[in-house]
Design a protein around this ligand. Structure first.
Ligand code: ROI
Length: 168
């Protein structure tokens, strides 16, 4: 038996009832093969990064423990996005559901399909805050201490709108 890896998945939506989209995403993540959903962060409402003429986002982070390799995990996440009506037409445009692999254990991956840690992870407060809610003692693969990063990250534009769920 392969040991499970802890992975953190970024969740975002700003179209077609975002609160429902992210709740549906959690149900889908619960059903990922070879994986266990361990915890879901509080949800944050966040002003759009990128073109400003789009609705606010709901953002959060899920922790899963999985024996899926990163590429099959990515494919499974894209399948969930597609089932929830994701269209890939406008770059940085609004979306019904975005699922990003933020971290996959201590792995650093740079392939044509996948960059892990997620390249924007350290720059996005709507990712760092919920990630730190779930894993306050986390270090990134390069040794960066998440809590120190967060201490230097303004909470501008984001508001916590729910408590987190420990799962189950
Ligand atoms: N902005 C916010 N606030 N939250 C997101 O999840 C998000 N995702 C994106 C872009 C369009 C860059 N902006 C975002 O992909």
């Amino acid at each position: 038996m392969t040991a499970a890896i802890t992975a953190f998945i970024g969740i975002g939506s700003n179209l077609d009832n975002p609160r429902q989209q992210v709740a549906d995403a959690v149900v889908a993540l619960r059903q990922l093969p070879q994986s266990q959903l361990v915890a879901v962060s509080p949800w944050y409402r966040s002003a759009p990064l990128g073109p400003g003429d789009q609705p606010d986002y709901i953002n959060g982070v899920a922790r899963i423990d999985t024996t899926l390799q990163p590429e099959p995990l990515l494919v499974a996440l894209q399948d969930i996005e597609n089932r929830q009506g994701r269209r890939r037409d406008i770059r940085w445009g609004p979306r019904t559901l975005d699922l990003d692999i933020l971290l996959y254990g201590d792995s650093t991956i740079a392939s044509p399909q996948l960059t892990i840690p997620h390249p924007q992870l350290t720059l996005r407060n709507f990712v760092l805050f919920p990630l730190c809610d779930l894993a306050p003692a986390l270090q990134l693969p390069d040794g960066t201490i998440l809590a120190e990063l967060l201490a230097n990250t303004p909470a501008a534009g984001i508001v916590r709108v729910s408590d987190g769920d420990q799962v189950p």
